[in-house]
Design a protein around this ligand. Sequence first.
Ligand SMILES: Cc1ncc(COP(=O)(O)O)c(C=O)c1O
Length: 420
Amino acid sequence: MIQPNFSTQVVHAGEPRVKPHQAITTPIFPTSTYPFQNTRELIDYMEAHLWGDETNREEYGRYGNPTVAAAEVKLAELDGGEAACLFSSGMAAVTTTLLSLLSAGSHVVMTDDCYRRTRQFVTQFLARYGVDSTVVAMGDYDALEAAIRPNTKLILSESPTNPYLRVLDLEQVVAIAKKHNLKTVIDSTFATPINQRPLQFGVDFVIHSATKYLGGHNDLLAGVVIGSNYLVSAIRDLRGLLGDMCDPHTAYLLLRGLKTLELRMQRHNETAERIAQFLAQHPAVRRVYYPSLPDHPDHGVAASQMTGFGGVVSFELETDLAGMCRFLDQLRIPYLAASLGGVESLVQPVAIISYYELSSEERAEIGISDSLVRLSVGIEAADDLLADLAQALRQAFDSEILVRTANGSSWTASPTGQQV
Ligand SMILES: Cc1ncc(COP(=O)(O)O)c(C=O)c1O
């Protein structure tokens, strides 16, 4: 059979051609248990389970569900993996995967720019259970290799990262991991399988917060880990023990969202690119972080291993916290909200949403500027989003910039970015 294209896979992968009652959609199975006809059937099932043989039925809702299974097959195929295991959130995917791979006395090497809760789980929570970790600067591959110890079990990273959109050189990291016999776990949430497929580079586990682009509609929480059958089965067993299974209603929403993943990502990629370019030349913007821009530290790696740069643009304004708030309050289209990856644009003041308990000085020490904004570009018309950003920048900063330009002429930024 010819390998189908992405556009076909997102619609059909994982979904049986013939479904109950000739329905075209995969049904939601809201069942907590799966009765057996008689004790013979129960014993046969238990025997098969004991010997690891395939069965075509489920036993109990915490161990499996047909709607969830359909979403898992689709997700595994999209990332080019053998198996996927779906969870109740992205964090459940991260924590269950790490708990399954690590035990007291083991050591993890992770990169610094990453989702804060992931770093917290490793450096604070796992530390309580005797798991050591070393956090190395993203992009410093010598430091990454130097941090490896005899008890190191895995390298954990994100690509692109949250919030600076750093891109990991997957080939280099996999080479280091293989040399030292380590597993690699990459959170690819910001990329999705449309923009990047880490398993093709030899990565062992890909994780996504499916809450973001995979679901795509800001209406669900889910997470997934994808890898080989053998490696994912241990994580699946632990999911049965910890109980962080994905609900079948959520799995249905995810299946539905995934069908438009490629279309949505094309729009996210295109609009984010235009917005990054517009912001990069705006006088009120100090710095833009988007991997397609030539001044991005990982532009070369991103261009060679990604097929699109994603829908998140981070940028720092030429202002302080108050100035950033003034700008955010002028925006009409993006919602002021945590999260990313949905059809609605969301804007997030990183210092406030992710690092509110730190002082301005403490934030600066860990490289988080008070004026850092993370914009998750939705699928609204690019022209409308550009016009909205332009008017908000104008309203918030016009007078300051007039003072700074000091040539006496006034300006306004047009949606296309030219000063007129
Ligand atoms: C890169 C990344 N990984 C994991 C998570 C956690 O996902 P969830 O919120 O679905 O638990 C997030 C959430 O923002 C994230 O940005």
